[in-house]
Design a protein around this ligand. Structure first.
Ligand SMILES: [Zn+2]
Length: 113
């Protein structure tokens, strides 16, 4: 359950971005989550619900945009979507690949009022 510590961090990050002198509550958070992070969206949602329950952010909506895991092959230079944790080129089977997307864990947008 690494989602719980991630959820705590997300709420911390969100509050750092809000003006401290206004009592805003967070209504919506949009996240970009890459497949390599191994985060289960439903589990993350549950954790956010749990830690915000007794706070001004209770009921915050979570929008999760999942970013596919993609690699670029150093042998045939093709880009392929893969199933983590297997880092193999889908075109030629080479293991000499570089990760080009899927490691993201970003707070993309915050709505508060
Ligand atoms: Zn290849």
């Amino acid at each position: 359950m690494h989602e719980l510590s991630i959820a705590v961090q997300i709420i911390e990050i969100v509050h750092k971005h809000l003006p401290a002198d206004q009592n805003l509550s967070v209504k919506k958070i949009r996240l970009r989550v890459g497949e390599f992070t191994a985060i289960i969206p439903e589990s993350l949602r549950l954790c956010i619900d749990t830690i915000t329950r007794e706070t001004a952010d209770a009921g915050v909506e979570l929008e999760i945009i999942e970013i596919p895991a993609q690699v670029k092959c150093r042998q045939c230079f093709s880009v392929s979507k893969i199933e983590p944790p297997y880092l193999i080129c889908a075109s030629c089977g080479s293991q000499q690949v570089d990760i080009i997307s899927g490691r993201e864990l970003l707070v993309e947008n915050i709505e508060a009022e």
